[in-house]
Design a protein around this ligand. Sequence first.
Ligand SMILES: [Zn+2]
Ligand SMILES: [Zn+2]
Length: 326
Amino acid sequence: MAEEDPNGNEYEAAARSTAPRWGPQHVGALQLARLYSPAVKEAAAIFLALPWLLSETLAVTAALRLSGKRLQEWVCVILCLVLFIINFTFLLLHFSTVHICQIVLGIAVKEAVATILAPPWLPSETLAVTTPLQLSVLGMLTADFASGMVHWGADTWGSVDIPVIGKAFIRPFREHHIDPTAITRHDFVETNGDNCMIPILPLAHMAYKFLTYTSEALAASYLWDCYVLALALFVTWTNQIHKWSHSYFGLPRWVTLLQDWHVVLPRKHHRIHHVSPHETYYCITTGWCNYPLDQLGFWRHMERLIERVTGQKPRSDDLAWAKKTD
Ligand SMILES: [Zn+2]
Ligand SMILES: [Zn+2]
């Protein structure tokens, strides 16, 4: 495997070639990187011209800190973190066998869920513990499937030229295929800022419920809240988990253990997606859905359906960026 290709994008003859084809020096990667957040670059340029700033690094850092995008990312990260702590604490405080038994025995819909998810021979105390856990696992599974849908959609359709979403949303996916390690050079806020925005409203609503609802009403929605919290947690961490799956040096031991246990996306597992033409294993949160979706031919069925309706060819824009030489 070529040194500049630690994620194994290439194989056979391409992998034996000494000419670098993937990475930050790729023509397409350079052009895509230039399209990133011009407002940030303008702000940096203004600050670089100010004589009282001592060093270039200091100027760029100050400009980045002041840019609107960076500020928005910081606000989302902090808000999201606070809401997670509040809701998780409330969920722990409201966790009691009585509540769960009420749910399992008293409410028809929840009873049906419990029957599907938990075998009837389990004692109610075990059920009280296992059912919230199972609902949390279901939340993780949903987050993984959602990550696959978004990733597949952005990889397969549309182009960087589409107004607004092209540069903001599709550009990073195109860049990621031709320069997979660029993600490892993003700091925590840049990596997670956008995803932290997604769960803010549902988490704020959950916190409001914990502060205003009666304990009976909270007991009735306890399992749903476990599901929503796990879903929100894994949606928020998707980019971080994806970044870890591309990091081959300096990962904390607890992260590599979570990868080895397949609680989060393992590195070897994600490499399957990064073999050109990047047409499988789109799920990047836990990766649990990848094998079954692949076996079902899920993505190919979806692509055939969309191609029939719209006439668009899947991955045409992605392929054009990969082949760019000037
Ligand atoms: Zn991809
Ligand atoms: Zn990747």
